[in-house]
Write a protein that binds this ligand. Structure first.
Ligand code: SF4
Length: 360
């Protein structure tokens, strides 16, 4: 195998070229000291496309737990016994207060996040009321994570002023049936297509560290490149007791930084936002996410785990001499179409592979 020249790849990406699937495979296999060289190349790409600007976003679990779906990583599924305390949809004033706090704490975007496969008929009026309430808070991007959306719901969200929908592909299409069986990867793609067609921005990423192979990681990145989102959240599994993935070994910090750098070389344009697993998996190395190519992070608490105080994150970017930005700094790749589609699933693909690399 020919050794990769990371800086040649960075120069090519800066010049409008792209990383090939073979190169992605090799990049995900880089080890040891070479990871630092890879990060340097990703840093050059980030600075070229985004300068020193970074953003933060904040989320609120506006409806928590009791979810019908069986996502093996998630504390909120009714299928696992994780000891969480579920709550129904919060009232509009509580959500608005959280939005005001998020803005005061330095968030550039605020997202309400509901558990469940998609918004129910009963919840919808409360979802609408909550969105109207957060729309009274100016100077922050209003986002929603509501699961599967119908075209009518997506249209109404857009009309209400929701700018961006978060809907992750979670993992590769091939590995997905090992992680979720109550809906398909293609179901998720359908929601993303509808949201885009209705004029909503896409925040679409995944979770690494669920036992996926290198080939799965390449497949994830190629799928994200095709979807061409404005924002790409990258999460790193921190196993939650009671879920089927509770014994997974968390990814090591340098492995995580390598993944971030590889994704940045493959996706130079969007915001790359580091979400779940930042504090717990990266530990002291979390300030390196920006050098590895990220432009954003979630501040405050996550859905089922606590984050560190926002002041510490704001101090971190001051120390790094990065500039806080009130809007997203990245965007979809202007050279790629916004419409996207995937071939129908091949025969038997829905069965997936049977091996989960469970450790312990
Ligand atoms: S990830 Fe979402 S859909 Fe899956 S179990 Fe958790 S709340 Fe439900």
């Amino acid at each position: 195998m020919q050794e990769l020249d990371f800086l040649e790849i960075a120069r090519r990406v800066i010049g409008g070229g792209e990383v090939t699937a073979d190169e992605l495979d090799q990049l995900f296999r880089v080890e040891g000291e070479a990871i630092y060289d890879l990060m340097y190349a990703a840093h050059k790409v980030r600075v070229h496309f985004h300068g020193n600007r970074v953003t933060f976003c904040s989320i609120i679990p506006s409806k928590f737990g009791k979810c019908s779906e069986d996502c093996k990583f998630c504390a909120q599924s009714v299928h696992w016994n994780t000891g969480i305390t579920p709550h129904p949809m919060m009232d509009a004033e509580t959500v608005k207060k959280a939005c005001l706090d998020a803005k005061k704490n330095g968030a550039s975007a605020f997202g309400l996040v509901n558990s469940g496969r998609g918004p129910t008929k009963q919840d919808w009026p409360q979802v609408v009321a909550a969105i109207k309430a957060i729309k009274e808070v100016d100077g922050i991007c209003h986002c929603a994570t509501l699961g599967e959306l119908t075209r009518e719901q997506a249209r109404e969200l857009k009309a209400l002023g929701i700018r961006r929908i978060n809907h992750n592909i979670e993992t590769s299409r091939e590995f997905y049936p090992n992680i979720v069986t109550t809906h398909t990867w293609e179901d998720r793609i359908r929601t993303l297509q509808i949201a885009r067609q209705e004029g909503l921005e896409l925040c679409c990423g995944c979770i690494f560290g669920m036992g996926e192979s290198i080939e799965d990681r390449v497949s994830i990145v190629l799928a994200l490149r095709k979807i061409n989102p404005q924002v790409v959240p990258l999460n790193f599994l921190y196993p939650i007791p009671g879920t089927p993935l509770e014994h997974m070994q968390p990814l090591q910090p340098l492995e995580i930084l390598k993944i971030i750098a590889t994704v940045r070389l493959a996706l130079p344009h969007p915001d790359i936002k580091i979400g779940g697993g930042r504090e717990k998996n990266l530990r002291d190395l979390q300030s390196w996410i920006f050098y590895a190519g990220a432009t954003s992070a979630i501040i405050g608490n996550y859905l089922a785990t606590y984050g560190r105080p926002h002041e510490v994150d704001l101090q971190m970017i001051r120390d790094l001499e990065l500039e806080w930005h009130a809007d997203r700094v990245g965007d979809a790749d202007p050279a790629r179409p916004l419409e996207f589609s995937f071939d129908p699933p091949a025969n038997g693909q829905a069965k997936g592979r049977l091996t989960l690399q469970l450790i312990g």
